[in-house]
Design a protein around this ligand. Structure first.
Ligand code: PLP
Length: 371
């Protein structure tokens, strides 16, 4: 539920929580707050709800409940996956356009003496499968994101997973931007591990999960109690886990209609920009619903973002710049976007709460600023 008079179009950064998820969360924070490790009656209800949440989440991605491990979110799931691979002596292959949760874990591993291959991508963010073939070692580890958070490219994971299987390599995907937005079945995709984060699909922040295929060797990342099958210690964040399951179920149940709305909003924005005579380039291909990376030649994306902000419109500068410096983002560099376009790039990501009026208002605001 959004009550402020603001057009929020940065849903790749985070999404508003669903009303049903908030309601459930409040119940397990205020009333049914028992520690699920305790044997008494008071903990029975949250314990049962936790079990059901695991079942719901597993069903949403075609997994078994015992293959879902709750974590604090996408960053932890990514870090754990990569560091686990390195601890098992597997050589890691990844792409140049991964999120920093992957890339900085790779840098950490390199600093410890590990070796990583970063595969280049084409202008749309796709990887040449021959490059994967050449780089993957037997019993290696491949980590490729499912959908890119800047340009929205959806990677053909089932093609990549065949290559991983040939080498008996483990295939991990950072699916943080994809879960709850496009249909996912871990068996059809052929992935062994998958990272997800609730706040990207209308659930709470600070909670997520790691899918680990049965039989995949994984060592604990956080040590302590025996929670999460003895793999991830720490008292479970029950309220957030239940809210995450409710939000995911809601999104998965409406995945097609949500996607259709988001595609409509994209088209409406693009048509309205054209109507106003604004020239732009759209980056990426095979898009995540509602995700637009737009470049305005010889303009300043950062300045555009701030002008939009003053007009009550929230979009992202992450597409063009790192939040702390004005360098062109690693993704735009990897797709070899010319500097004159890269510097004038903004990311607009619609969510299911957005309307056609929002899309129109964003387009006319951009036109006002740019023309
Ligand atoms: N991976 C991708 C692709 C993301 O977009 C993000 C967040 O922006 C993350 C990982 C990190 O997820 P979290 O915010 O849950 O730590």
């Amino acid at each position: 539920m959004m009550t402020r008079n603001l057009i929020y179009a940065d849903n790749a950064a985070t999404t508003p929580m669903s009303d049903a998820a908030i309601k459930a969360m409040m119940q397990y924070l205020a009333d049914d707050f028992g520690n699920v490790s305790q044997p008494y009656t008071f903990s029975r209800k949250p314990k049962k709800a936790l079990t059901e949440a695991r079942e719901i989440i597993a069903a949403c991605i075609g997994a078994k409940p015992a293959e879902i491990i709750f974590t604090s979110g996408g960053t932890e799931s990514d870090n754990w996956s990569l560091i686990n691979a390195w601890r098992h002596g597997r050589k890691i292959v990844t792409s140049a356009i991964e999120h920093h949760a992957i890339l900085n874990s790779c840098h950490f591993i390199e600093n410890q003496g590990g070796k990583i291959d970063y595969l280049p991508v084409d202008g749309n963010g796709f990887i040449n499968t021959q490059l994967i073939k050449n780089a993957l070692e037997p019993q290696g580890f491949l980590s490729i994101m499912m959908a890119n958070n800047e340009i929205g490219t959806i990677e053909p994971l089932s093609q990549y997973s065949l290559l991983a299987k040939e080498q008996e390599a483990i295939f991990h995907t950072d699916a943080v931007q994809a879960v709850g937005h496009i249909p996912i079945n871990v068996n059809e995709l052929g992935v062994d591990m998958l990272s997800a984060s609730a706040h990207k699909f209308n659930g709470p922040k600070g909670i997520g999960f790691l899918y680990v295929r049965e039989g995949t060797s994984i060592k604990p990342f956080i040590n302590g109690g025996s929670q999460e099958f003895g793999l991830r210690a720490g008292t479970e964040n029950v309220a957030a886990i239940i809210a995450m399951a409710i939000a995911l179920r809601e999104n998965v149940d409406n995945i097609e209609s949500n996607a259709n709305l988001l595609y409509e909003l994209e088209s409406s924005l693009l048509e309205n920009l054209k109507f106003h005579g604004v020239k732009f380039t759209r980056n990426g291909n095979n898009q995540l619903p509602g995700s637009l990376s737009l470049s305005f030649e010889d303009k300043d994306g950062e300045a555009l973002l701030h002008r939009l902000d003053l007009m009550g419109i929230a979009v992202s500068s992450g597409s063009a710049c790192d939040s702390k410096n004005t360098n062109i983002s690693h993704v735009l560099q990897a797709i070899a976007l010319p500097e004159s376009l890269a510097r004038g790039t903004i990311r607009i990501t619609f969510g299911k709460q957005n309307t056609k009026e929002d899309a129109k208002a964003i387009a006319s605001a951009i036109a006002k600023i740019i023309l």
